[in-house]
Design a protein around this ligand. Structure first.
Ligand SMILES: C[S@@+](CC[C@H](N)C(=O)[O-])C[C@H]1O[C@@H](n2cnc3c(N)ncnc32)[C@H](O)[C@@H]1O
Length: 253
């Protein structure tokens, strides 16, 4: 196994909150917003808003896609600090198994040091299990993986590369399959505020909300049930103001 993370396609980049993310030369994009910071973005745009809504003792999470594992690891940290009794099951597809294998050499933030065993197990075997935690990675296409699940997920972290770079994970048909994989009370979090993404979610019956806070750019929370915790996005109004707007379709990408 290589002794370093950086290779011909990936390089580590220091982000604004002091945590490292990576740059993908293949997608020509960073794995996280360097301005918001990798750890901060995971916490504020995914983990915290999701657990604000989902308050069950046992939670099933779909983490699209594993990448550097920040959303999964930030979940472990948040749960340990706030809800140590919860049982968490995380399912995460990732196309690039070589990046996951090299994560044992990634410069993670200090707060993730205690998850070395988890990082190593996922990197070497793609699975980690303990009494309150189950994590399973799938090395392959997320589109294929999500079809295996029906009515299962309480939380979906929608965190692929951007819609312009990786459109196949942002289409109307993709969100239909995500909806089918989610429970009725489930919640989806994403950094994207693109109108065509929101329209694709809206066309599948999701309600759209603003995830706003200090020190990070606004993000989106989507839910199959109405939420009280967040300010709603008026989709009728947005669509009326942008009459030409269309969701991405599988046939377009
Ligand atoms: C923005 S990164 C994910 C960052 C990750 N959530 C984290 O916290 O570190 C996007 C990831 O999606 C993966 N990917 C791209 N297309 C995919 C597909 N069709 N199925 C599964 N993974 C895919 C890329 O290899 C990349 O690792």
């Amino acid at each position: 196994m290589s002794k370093k993370f950086d290779d011909a396609l990936h390089t580590q980049t220091l982000s604004e909150d002091g945590s490292y993310t990576a740059y993908s030369k293949e997608y020509e994009e960073h794995y996280h917003s360097t301005r918001d910071g990798a750890l901060f973005e995971s916490m504020k745009k995914h983990v915290v808003p999701a657990f604000n809504v989902i308050q069950k003792d046992e939670v099933n999470i779909l983490d699209i896609c594993y990448g550097l594992g920040f959303n999964t690891l930030a979940t472990l940290l948040y749960i340990e600090e706030n809800f140590p009794k919860k049982k968490i099951h995380i399912y995460s597809p990732e196309l690039d198994s070589s990046v996951v294998k090299s994560l044992v050499h990634f410069k993670y933030p200090k707060v993730f040091e205690k998850y070395k065993k988890v990082i190593t197990a996922l990197s070497e075997r793609g699975v980690y299990a303990s009494d309150k935690l189950y994590i399973e990675l799938f090395f392959g296409d997320a589109r294929e993986y999500i079809l295996k699940f029906k009515n299962k997920f309480d939380i979906v972290y929608q965190d692929p590369f951007s819609p312009s770079t990786n459109p196949i994970l942002w289409t109307k048909e993709y969100f239909r399959d995500i909806k089918d994989a989610m429970r009725e009370e489930g919640v989806l979090t994403t950094y994207s505020i693109a109108l065509k993404v929101r329209v694709a979610l809206h066309e599948n019956g999701f309600y759209l909300y603003l995830n706003e806070g200090r020190d990070y750019r606004v993000a989106t929370v989507a839910s199959r049930k109405k939420l009280e915790q967040y300010k709603s996005v008026d989709m009728q109004h947005k669509i009326a103001c942008n009459p030409g707007i269309k969701s991405l379709r599988d046939s377009d990408v």
